[in-house]
Ligand binder design. Structure first.
Ligand SMILES: N[C@@H](CCC(=O)N[C@@H](CS)C(=O)NCC(=O)O)C(=O)O
Length: 206
């Protein structure tokens, strides 16, 4: 049984979605960020960066316990472990998945979080920062929309790379924020992933 240390944020949902896709047995252990539980010394032992998500797999490589932080690393690890392989074996396909998986973690989510901070959570209203991140987000959506114009999923077949970009699209792609009407390929991709049973389970109550 894998332990998933979770709270309801974009990165948290990536890992939870992945666990639901995997069919592996797992248990959610809530880490209440509002109560600052991520700073509990016991939690800092498994993630010194005081962040969710984390997974603890008692049945890791060579029968050893595996502890992973970083949602991208979690997606890749679980994708490699599962039977239906959302992380491919083929080296050429791996290149395609890796570049989008890293893009998802390093670019798509990072920019989305900055956008979210200045649009929603910043105690100060800073119009220049809002304009900046709105422009960067739309530029990013434009390039992802272009990439999706000749393929169903971001790396070809449905993979961990899609999971790494879904949760922020779910949070900020709606009409209240960026909206998807100018990005028809993202809209198709988003709707297709939203229909997956694993997504419905992953975004349910916990
Ligand atoms: N790069 C990390 C980022 C994780 C992250 O930003 N986690 C946030 C929630 S989305 C968090 O736990 N923040 C609490 C804190 O920084 O104290 C990943 O992809 O897992």
């Amino acid at each position: 049984m894998i332990d998933l240390y979770f709270w309801d944020t974009d990165n948290g949902y990536k890992a939870r979605h992945m666990m639901e896709e995997s069919g592996l047995e797992y248990k959610i252990i809530p880490v209440n960020l509002l109560e600052r539980e991520q700073f509990d010394p016991k939690y800092l032992k498994i993630n010194p960066h005081h962040k969710i998500p984390v997974i603890v797999d008692p049945d890791g490589p060579n029968g050893q316990q595996a502890i992973l932080f970083e949602s991208g690393a979690i997606l890749k690890y679980i994708g490699s472990k599962m039977d239906n392989r959302l992380y491919p074996d083929d080296p050429m396909q791996q290149i395609e998945v890796d570049k989008w998986l890293f893009y998802g973690s390093a670019q798509f989510t990072t920019i989305s979080q900055q956008y979210g901070f200045f649009m929603i959570r910043s105690p100060e209203d800073i119009p220049e920062a809002k304009d900046h991140y709105d422009r960067v987000m739309r530029d990013m959506y434009r390039s992802v929309d272009g990439a999706l114009s000749d393929r169903e999923y971001i790396a070809g077949e449905f993979s961990v790379a899609d999971i790494s970009m879904y949760s922020d699209t779910h949070i900020f792609g709606n009409d209240k924020w960026i909206g998807l009407s100018d990005y028809p390929n993202i809209k198709r991709w988003y709707n297709s992933i939203s229909g997956r049973p694993a997504v419905k389970r992953a975004w349910g109550p916990f």
